[in-house]
Design a protein around this ligand. Structure first.
Ligand code: 4AD
Ligand code: MG
Length: 462
C-alpha cells in the first residue's frame, strides 16, 4: 500500500516544494469538472486543509469517473508550487486509483451539518473540519499534559480501572460483576459477593486518586491520566458517564502549594495551545467561538482570583441576580453560582477553597475550625468547575472520624488507613476533567463534542 512511502498532507502544505512522484492517500472532499480539467480536494486527516489536485486530460484516467466525495483515493504525481494561489501547492497526478468508493447517500454532504446531527453519525464526524480539528487538538493537549508533569519530575501512574472503593463516596458507580443477573447468589436475602469474580463488590473507578495516594507516598510526585466512569444521571452539556481525568498527587504538599500547581498547569496548557496548536485555535476562534484566542491570551496575562467558600457565599448572597437554587452557607455551589462568580463578579477564573466539610469527600483534610476542609475547586467562565482538589487527611484519628461521619464502608479502606499509620505525610492533589478543559479551550459548548465517542445516560451507541 506504500504506507511508508506516502507523504502526509500537513507537511506538504507546511513547506510547499516542487517534488516529483509523490504518493498521497486520503478522502475526497470535493470534486469539480471543467473541460479538460478536473479538480479534487483531498484530505488525509493530518491537517484541516485539503490538498488541491489538478487533473489534466481527465480522460486518461478510467477510474476518475467513479470518484465522488467521500471516496478513498490513492494518487501519484508531481507537486507544483503555485505561490500566487490561495492553496499554494497542487498535485498533478499521473496515477489515480479508487481505493474505496463512496455512494451518493454519503451522510456528510458539503453543507454545514448541525452538531446534533453529527452526534448521530459519530463514526463519520471525525472527517468533518470541526471534529478533525477537535480530535487533533485533543491529542496534542494530551501530549502537553504528559510534557508538563514529566518536565517537573512527576511519574505517570496507571490507577486501576476496577476498584472496590467509592473514592468520592457519592455512590455514582457502575458495578462490575460476572454474576448472572437472573440468578444472583444470596445469603439471608443479601447478595453473596464472596461468590463474585473478585470475592467482593467491585466498580468502575470514579477517580484514581486513592490509589495515586499510595504511589505518591512512595514516589513523591505522581500523576494519573486515565478513564473515569460516573453513573450520574445528569444530562447536561457538561456531564458524561465516561471521561478522562488528570490527577496529580504530591507528597509533602499543602493546599496552597496544590493550588499554585493547578494554576501553573492550566496556564502551561493555555500557552501550549496558543503556541503549538495554532491551526486548531484559529479554527475555533473563527468558527466555534469568536475570539477564543484573545480570551486565552488575556487569561495568560491575568491571575486566578482566590476566595474562600465563605467569602463566595457572601458575594452570591449580595448578587442582584435571582438564582434557581438559593444560596446559604452549607449548600453545594451550582453551575449558575460558579458561573456568576467567574462571569459577573470577577470576570476571571476563580479558585474557591475551604468548603464546608459536609458537602465534600471524606478524605479531605479537616481545617482547624472543624467546619471546613482544605478543598479547592477551580471555576472558569461558561463551564464552572473544571478542577476539584484538596489536601488529604493525613491524621489517622481524624480520618477515621470522617469515614464514620460520611458512612463510608470501612472494609475496603484498610490499606488507606495503613498509609496514615506507616510514615504518614501531608499530601495533596487535584483532578482536572480533560473534556471540560477541552471545552473551555476550544469554546465547544457541549461536552459530547470534545469526546470522540461519548457515553451519556441512555447512549453508548458507537
Ligand atoms: O471534583 P471531582 O469529583 O474530583 C475528584 O474526583 C477528585 N478525586 C480529584 C482529585 O483530587 N484527585 O472531579 C474532578 C473533575 C471535575 O472538576 C470536572 O472537571 C470533572 O472531573 N468531572 C466531570 N467531567 C465530565 N463529566 C462528569 N460527569 C464529571 N464529573 C467530574
Ligand atoms: Mg468536584
Amino acid at each position: 500500500m506504500d504506507y511508508f512511502a506516502r507523504r502526509k498532507i500537513a507537511p506538504i502544505l507546511a513547506e510547499p516544494q516542487a517534488t516529483e512522484n509523490v504518493i498521497v492517500m486520503g478522502w475526497v472532499r470535493t470534486r469539480r469538472d471543467s473541460t479538460n480539467l478536473s479538480f479534487l480536494e483531498i484530505n488525509d486527516g493530518s491537517t484541516l486543509h485539503n490538498l488541491q489536485i489538478v487533473v489534466e486530460n481527465p480522460d486518461r484516467f478510467p477510474e476518475l469517473e467513479k470518484i465522488k466525495s467521500g471516496a478513498a483515493v490513492r494518487l501519484v504525481g508531481n507537486l507544483i508550487p503555485v505561490p500566487q494561489r490561495k492553496h499554494k501547492i497542487e498535485l498533478h497526478p499521473e496515477e489515480i486509483s479508487l481505493v474505496g468508493d463512496c455512494p451518493a447517500d454519503y451522510p456528510l454532504q458539503k453543507k454545514r451539518h448541525s452538531f446534533e446531527y453529527l452526534r448521530e453519525i459519530a463514526h463519520l464526524r471525525p472527517r468533518t473540519n470541526t471534529f478533525g480539528a477537535v480530535n487533533r487538538f485533543r491529542s496534542k493537549i494530551a501530549y502537553a499534559i504528559h510534557k508538563f508533569y514529566q518536565e517537573r519530575g512527576f511519574y505517570y501512574m496507571h490507577s486501576p480501572i476496577i476498584t472496590a472503593t467509592d473514592a468520592e463516596g457519592a455512590g455514582e458507580q457502575f458495578w462490575v460483576t460476572t454474576f448472572d443477573l437472573d440468578k444472583i447468589p444470596k445469603i439471608d436475602g443479601r447478595v453473596d459477593y464472596d461468590k463474585d469474580f473478585f470475592a467482593s463488590q467491585t466498580f468502575l473507578t470514579v477517580s484514581g486518586q486513592l490509589e495515586a495516594e499510595i504511589m505518591s507516598l512512595a514516589l513523591g510526585d505522581v500523576y494519573t491520566f486515565g478513564p473515569i466512569f460516573r453513573a450520574e444521571k445528569s444530562n447536561t452539556p457538561r456531564h458524561v458517564s465516561e471521561f478522562w481525568m488528570i490527577e496529580p498527587e504530591m507528597a509533602f504538599c499543602d493546599l496552597d502549594e496544590n493550588m499554585r500547581l493547578a494554576g501553573e498547569f492550566l496556564m502551561y496548557l493555555f500557552e501550549y495551545a496558543l503556541n503549538e496548536c495554532s491551526e486548531e485555535m484559529e479554527f475555533f476562534s473563527r468558527w466555534i467561538e469568536k475570539n477564543r484566542i484573545t480570551t486565552l491570551e488575556t487569561l495568560l496575562k491575568s491571575k486566578f482570583e482566590i476566595v474562600t467558600y465563605t467569602e463566595a457565599v457572601e458575594i452570591l448572597k449580595k448578587a442582584k441576580m435571582k438564582f434557581e437554587f438559593p444560596v446559604n452557607w452549607g449548600v453545594t455551589l451550582q453551575a449558575e453560582h460558579e458561573r456568576y462568580l467567574c462571569e459577573q463578579h470577577f470576570n476571571a477564573p476563580v479558585m474557591v477553597k475551604d468548603y464546608p466539610k459536609d458537602i465534600k469527600a471524606f478524605y479531605m483534610r479537616v481545617n482547624d475550625d472543624d467546619k471546613t476542609v482544605a478543598a479547592v475547586d477551580v471555576l472558569v467562565p461558561q463551564i464552572g468547575e473544571i478542577i476539584g482538589g484538596s489536601q488529604r487527611e493525613e491524621r489517622l484519628d481524624v480520618l477515621k472520624k470522617q469515614v464514620e461521619l460520611f458512612g463510608v464502608k470501612e472494609e475496603s479502606l484498610w490499606w488507606y488507613y495503613d498509609l496514615r499509620k506507616y510514615g504518614s505525610a501531608p499530601h495533596s492533589g487535584f483532578g482536572l476533567g480533560f473534556a471540560r478543559l477541552l471545552m473551555y479551550m476550544s469554546g465547544m459548548a457541549n461536552i459530547r463534542d470534545v469526546i470522540p465517542l461519548p457515553r451519556t445516560p441512555r447512549s453508548a451507541k458507537f
